[in-house]
Design a protein around this ligand. Structure first.
Ligand code: ADP
Ligand code: MG
Length: 256
């Protein structure tokens, strides 16, 4: 890996669900310490692209590269799959995802949720992981909720617990899929603050968001997807300040 190799790179990715082609040759890259935001209308392929980054979805053509290492594939077309399970695990543990719907385990306390993957997936000792898990809960502002059940937390607190859980894997990059979309407006800000803090620490992140102010504030690069293709991309000042494509102009005025 050279100094300039991106943490995550997608090259010319094609992805279909059956006969529906949802990604039609998409390329993105996230450099170390950079935030890349994906914006676009519902159905444009943002979640699918994010899920292809950590191999939660298969794809039919194109490359997925993590830290200079390309995914090895077997088969072709709709039968194409990653060939090496150990490589998939390595990718997935290094690219932690935060979902719109938090997805905390309801039968585990908040602390147990945060500790679960490092212990079960990475095989780390609970006694070693616990101090980190507690420190991360404190960092996202819910240190006092460690012993609570997820259902006892507000949506904003649950999402912050989910972010602590993702961080506890000590991943190379974080993938966020509309992390504030399921929250009431007054709860969105507490999650936005955590995401801004992480961007300020120069974490590598890919952020799918409908929050244009957040994207404008934290991104190094913004990608506008339209019907499975990149319609326009660039630094936030250009993309939001001087959008060239008519579709992007329409999208931005509808999102304002
Ligand atoms: P976005 O996140 O931008 O709203 P998605 O990536 O979720 O878009 O979806 C892109 C397209 O793929 C949509 O047309 C959607 O209906 C379709 N799609 C998403 N997931 C599936 C699936 N599991 N099976 C079939 N079609 C899907
Ligand atoms: Mg989506």
């Amino acid at each position: 890996m050279t100094e300039t190799a991106p943490v995550i790179e997608i090259r010319n990715l094609h992805k279909s669900y059956g006969t529906l082609e949802v990604l039609k040759g998409v390329s993105i890259r996230a450099e170390k310490g950079h935030v890349v935001s994906l914006i676009g209308s519902s159905g444009s392929g943002k979640s699918t692209l994010l899920r292809c980054c950590n191999l939660l979805e298969d794809s039919q053509q194109g490359e997925v590269i993590f830290a200079g290492e390309a995914v090895k594939w077997q088969g072709s077309g709709l039968a194409r799959r990653p060939a090496d399970r150990a490589q998939v695990t390595r990718f997935r543990t290094n690219l932690s995802m935060v979902f719109q719907q938090f997805n905390l385990w309801s039968h585990m306390t908040v602390l147990q949720n945060v500790m679960e993957a490092p212990v079960t997936v990475l095989g780390r000792k609970p006694a070693e992981v616990e101090p980190l898990a507690r420190a991360l809960l404190a960092k996202v502002g819910i240190g006092d909720k460690a012993e609570n059940w997820p259902a006892q937390l507000s949506g904003g607190q649950q999402q912050r617990a989910a972010i602590a859980r993702a961080l506890c894997m000590q991943p190379e990059a974080l993938l966020f899929d509309e992390p504030t979309s399921a929250l009431d407006p007054e709860l969105q800000q507490e999650v936005v603050k955590v995401i801004k803090d992480l961007a300020g620490e120069h974490r590598t992140m890919i952020l799918v968001t409908h929050d244009m102010r957040l994207a404008a504030e934290v991104s190094d690069h913004v990608v506008f997807l339209h019907q499975g293709r990149i319609e326009e991309e660039g630094p936030p000042a250009t993309l939001f300040g001087a959008p060239k494509s008519e579709r992007l102009q329409q999208f931005l005025s509808a999102s304002a």
